[in-house]
Ligand binder design. Sequence first.
Ligand SMILES: Nc1ncnc2c1ncn2[C@@H]1O[C@H](COP(=O)(O)OS(=O)(=O)O)[C@@H](OP(=O)(O)O)[C@H]1O
Length: 428
Amino acid sequence: MVSTPKLNQQYWVARIQEALSQQNPLNLSFLCRHTKCLIFSLCLGLIFLISKVHEELLNPFMPCRAKTNVMFLKTHKTASSTILNIMFRFTERYNLTVALPADQLVHLGYPSTFLAHFVEEFQTIGQNYNIMCNHLRFNPSEVQKVMAANTFYFSILRNPIPLLESSYIYYKDIVPAFRISKDVNEYLASPTKYYHPADYKQNIYARNIMWFDFGYDNNAEDNKKYIQAVLKEIEQNFHLILIAEYFDESMILLKHTLCWDLDDVVYFKLNSRSQDTVQTLTPESEEQIKAWCSLDWKLYLHFNQSFWRRIEETIGLEELEKEVSRLRMRQKELMETCLLDQEAVGKDHVKNKALLPFQPGDANILGYNLKQDLDNRTLRTCQKMVMPELQYTSYLYAVQHPHKKRKQLGLPLLWTTFQGKKQPTAPN
Ligand SMILES: Nc1ncnc2c1ncn2[C@@H]1O[C@H](COP(=O)(O)OS(=O)(=O)O)[C@@H](OP(=O)(O)O)[C@H]1O
């Protein structure tokens, strides 16, 4: 298929050369005076133009234009805060407009089903937002009111087994089913003992949370026809689904699909826990998750397969491997430039409390310390790379809606000063 336009082009060039070589100069000048010659030249130009356009569309090595209208469905405990950070840095790089939570909200109305008016200034900005990536429960018709028709939609899934363990620790204090069980294995030994239908709204993090985030009923019966219908609908609504277990591969696929460059997808891992707050699941618990969260399990299996199909159809495994190592090299380079400790540190070791991630439940969410003496430009780049979700949301809100009351996050004064400037220069 790729060679068709080229063949056409070669064919026509050969035919024309053949035609020209059969003319002597006299005949040629006579012909050129003829109107046929004009039509002939026009056709020739047209053929070249069409083949060029075809070539650009089909040749992956031709320069392409970066997509700037992008909606990311931020699912829970799936590495989505790292992607939100990528999206916010992209927003700033291209001076884009992001659909931020209105007023004092830090999420786009979650866990309520999304409505357009959850977005700040939707009434005036209308459908002119470029980026949307804060937590929301997906509702396509309302999201489409906010995002332009040519928006690219993507999301990320994680294996429900580690996801449930992560969710248990993170939401231990707020989810009734988690609060009343001793640990994650006890919960999974008999989930229905702790998961009471009356608390289903507060218990969303305890069962099929990804299914819920995509807008579906997380307590629905596991029925083949229903699951097939949902998977089909998700495929229609989303152009790409990434997989957290293959985060770097996902970033390369994203970069290719959106025509972004390497620095647009380079990242530091955000919102991860210290190892001592990770609970070990028994083999029985792991099996139980597949049954208890069977909707998420099937969702994950389906899109894990299509993810690898997509890689094969677009980048290919060989090129993927090369690009993943380039991404890791660039990440290492930036870590050496930015980070004091070369790695994430526990909550008690984060020196600048303004850069401390939100600390819920039993989790010790890691943060970063930046090197001292960074020049202003480097400092800004490094700060943005380690900036947690709430702080970055609040910062962009202050920049984008300067006349609105700032979001009250209860962060240290230092951070408030930091927010006030368009070009932040806060000390580490
Ligand atoms: N790059 C990358 N690769 C793999 N895994 C990653 C990455 N970035 C974040 N994480 C892990 O994702 C978990 C946090 O997910 P979220 O940021 O989506 O959580 S939240 O819902 O926004 O609170 C959290 O998982 P747990 O550590 O198991 O809790 C992070 O460690």
